[in-house]
Ligand binder design. Structure first.
Ligand code: RUQ
Ligand code: CUA
Length: 667
């Protein structure tokens, strides 16, 4: 398959010249027109275009994404790292990778989980039932919001495989908390935040008995359940507080993507489901495989949850505790009117709220439509108790026809939708492998653009807030096929940057850039205006622990470096500054417990040091002003060089010392 996508779109006449001389774009350096009236570089560009076989459209795409050295991107894209369990920070429109943030998995460059005590404690927060989980199926990052808009303070992200949520502080792009629950065994509909980040939503996917107990699949209907968890986020502490969090028990359908209401629908949460057939698979047991067993019904159920009221019920006597989590039982949720359903056609998947919070767009994986539900209509039906029936568990079902505003004919396999600032929605169309642009008010398709290939999520700049920016869209494609030089059977994903401005293309969407992302399957991303983030340059005060954001009680001051022995524990108070560690010789005895309290005394931006001791699997990164505590048992006698692992200065190679472990005498 060879697709020359760019050639299909004709360039608005004179667009390249316009871009080159900057007469329609933002003011910039204006090249002097050459003798023919075109830019003086025109001859060189024309020959380059010819030599590289580039169309005018290709060149406009290059001009829209190229960043001269020193210029910075207008947006940050935070993409989930999929199996890699880390977050990937990318600049838009250049699509340059700026950082990987270790989240669910260790990350050696940042020294995340390589001997540093506080990052290890964060990672250990994600143990399940005491077991270390060394990967994560990271799906959906969500920025913290204030009044429904990104506030640039935190980003949350979920792990589908081992239900966990992580909290990343955007002051230093550091993971500060991982929290999990044994209530559920898998999840998908997370992380999504309520408009003021009161709660971070996480919803189970594959039903199982709540609380990690055993029941055979024969008891599926009675004993298996789903749940939506509302993790309480305490902004002053920057932590999720489990004791103030709660869950709602749900029927054993496979709950899928979720989102929180906003503006009109604030106080409500919405969640898709699949497999209302309650199929369990069982290919060798005479039953249909899950994929067909779960695709029998024409309709599954959107879950409509009144979380504000549920939060009150969770504080009362009707809630119960399961594995430490406050749970509103299904009967209570029904009795208190907290949970309603409405039918959703053809294997729903994505669920996205319009910026005004009035409409909910649902994509059906096996449908050709996106269905647009109206919150006010549904709320009126709920208030009037106007039901079309009840599900087998007694959950009231709203009449479908009266709940929707309409459907948009989009193409085969609509999944996820993002919004711009001009009243348009953009839906990924998986099977057709396109992005469809449509008018939200009129429910009319406007235009489609090809993606390469099989687009899953897409993200529009600030497209899930109350005030989207539009401008850029990134399509996250599952297949890359022929887009890049072959690298064996496992291929990278393909992120495609699309210009939504219509500038220089007569109003059409334009594909600007293909970016291979070769680290796990990055499911989703969030795009934020760069000026909303105000990350720190250095840690202040010097000696700060990046996880607590406070000066460590073990912080070391210059001139006060020392080694103190307490019984079999050796405390080493060590400083780092270009280009030495002090002390640079550490002597311990085999079997000693070693606690190295290491502070970088650097104040200069980007003056990062690293620290390793050979053979002990220790590697920390010390950003300017950072403090790190390294704890281990010196169980291997010998002579171990310790050195700085960042090329910090001309005498970086000399930033080294010896860690000596004297053998115990055999008696
Ligand atoms: S899902 S490709 Cu995990 Cu967000 Cu739809
Ligand atoms: Cu410090 Cu290299």
């Amino acid at each position: 398959m060879k697709v020359q996508s760019t050639s299909k779109l004709s360039l608005a006449s004179g667009a390249l010249t316009a871009l080159l001389v900057g007469c329609t774009g933002p003011a910039g350096p204006q090249p002097t027109p050459g003798p023919s009236g075109g830019p003086s570089t025109g001859g060189a560009i024309a020959s380059l275009m010819k030599a590289r076989n580039l169309s005018e459209l290709d060149v406009t795409a290059a001009l829209k994404t190229y960043m001269p050295t020193g210029q910075q991107d207008e947006y940050y894209l935070f993409a989930s790292g999929g199996h890699g369990g880390n977050l990937i920070v990318i600049g838009v429109p250049s699509m340059r990778i700026l950082k990987y943030i270790g989240v669910f998995t260790v990350e050696p460059w940042q020294g995340y989980g390589y001997g540093d005590k506080s990052s290890q404690e964060v990672i250990d927060g994600g143990r399940r039932d005491g077991r270390a989980i060394t990967w994560g199926d990271m799906h959906h990052p969500a920025f913290s919001e204030t009044a429904g808009d990104y506030d640039g303070q935190y980003i949350f992200v979920n792990d589908k495989a081992n239900p966990r949520i992580a909290v990343v502080n955007l002051k230093d792009f550091t993971t500060e908390q991982i929290i999990g629950t044994e209530l559920i065994e898998s999840e998908h509909g997370g992380a999504f935040v309520t408009p003021n980040t009161e709660y971070v939503i996480e919803t189970s996917q594959y039903p199982a008995p709540l609380g990690g107990v055993y029941a055979d699949l024969k008891e599926y209907n009675d004993k298996y359940r789903g749940a939506m968890i509302f993790w309480r986020f305490d902004r002053t502490k920057g932590r999720i507080i489990e004791a103030e969090s709660f869950a709602m028990e749900l029927p054993p359908y496979m709950q899928d993507l979720a989102d929180a209401g906003k503006l009109t629908s604030d106080g409500w949460a919405f969640c898709n489901s699949i497999n209302t057939e309650r199929a369990t698979g069982g290919i060798l047991e005479g039953q249909p495989p899950l994929e067909s067993g779960s695709s029998q019904n024409d309709m599954d159920y959107m879950h409509i949850i009144n979380w504000k009221q549920a939060a009150e019920v969770a504080k009362g006597p009707k809630a119960k505790k399961i594995t430490g989590m406050t749970v509103i039982p299904l009967e209570v949720a029904i009795e208190e009117g907290l949970l309603h359903f409405v039918g959703e056609p053809k294997s729903p998947h994505g669920l996205d709220l319009t910026p005004d919070g009035e409409d909910i767009v649902v994509g059906g994986k096996l449908d050709t439509h996106a269905t647009v539900y109206n919150f006010k209509k549904m709320k009126a039906l709920i208030d009037a108790k106007k039901y079309a029936g009840k599900d087998p568990y007694g959950v009231p079902i709203l009449p479908y026809e009266e709940s929707i505003r309409g459907q948009v004919e989009i193409g085969l396999g609509p999944l996820h939708t993002g919004f711009d600032d001009k009243g348009f929605a953009y839906t990924s169309v998986f099977i057709e492998t396109k992005v469809a642009k449509w008018n939200v008010k009129e429910l009319k398709l406007v235009e489609k653009i090809s993606t390469h290939y099989n687009v899953g999520h897409l993200v529009v700049a600030e497209g899930d807030t109350v005030s989207p920016d539009g401008r850029y869209l990134v399509a996250m494609n599952k297949w890359a096929l022929d887009r890049f030089a072959p690298v064996g059977p496992l291929l990278p994903q393909n992120f495609q940057l699309i210009d939504l401005s219509g500038e220089h293309t007569g109003g059409k969407m334009q594909l600007l850039y293909d970016m291979p992302l070769p680290l796990g399957e990055p499911h989703n991303a969030q795009m934020i205006k760069a000026d909303k983030l105000k990350p720190w340059d250095v840690y202040k005060p010097t000696g700060m622990d990046p996880v607590t954001k406070e000066k460590s009680p073990f912080a070391v001051e210059g001139g006060k470096e020392r080694v103190e022995r307490q019984g079999d524990t050796v405390h080493v108070y060590m400083s780092a500054i270009r280009s030495h560690f002090s002390p640079d010789i550490v002597r311990v005895k085999e079997g000693d417990k070693v606690k190295i309290h290491l502070t970088s005394l650097e104040q200069a931006h980007d003056a990062t040091h690293g620290f390793t001791i050979s053979s002990y699997n220790i590697q920390v990164s010390l950003e300017p002003g950072e403090h790190s505590d390294i704890e281990f048992v010196a169980d291997k006698p010998g002579v171990f060089p310790m050195y700085c692992t960042e090329f910090c200065s001309a005498l970086h190679l000399e930033m080294a010392g010896y860690f000596l472990v004297e053998p115990r005498k055999k008696s």
